[in-house]
Design a protein. Sequence first.
Length: 148
Amino acid sequence: MVDRSKDVVLVSLVGLAVLGILLGSTMLTAYGADNGIGIGNLAGRGWLRGGGCFGAIEVSEEYKENATNVAKSDPDVQNLLNSGYSIAGVRPIISTKIDANGNVVMKATSAVVQLEKDTTSRASVWVDLEAGKVTRIEILAMTIIEKG
């Protein structure tokens, strides 16, 4: 008689690992949306590269244009653009809500407009599309010292 207990344990561990990944990614997505972290920042750290478990998210040109226009109307963003930054992309912040009946509603009412300057400076501009205003700006600058 063949002992299959090791096979059963291995299959069980693989199943638990897959379940853990699925639950973890769902919680991370909800945490990111609820706390203003946004998909953009998670993707920048390697999570959701290639679209995650839902596939790639296609963002309309109108959405990008709306977020960009709101960002450009902010004086601090104007200063960044005038100092050499350029718009590199727009990433939606998607909130997911589940009502009492279990209905799921996803909506992107905020976005992060990514700015770049040369190869060493980045800025993330949080835009509230419903209020039509910039709510936060993060500027990251890197210093590189090359030695021969």
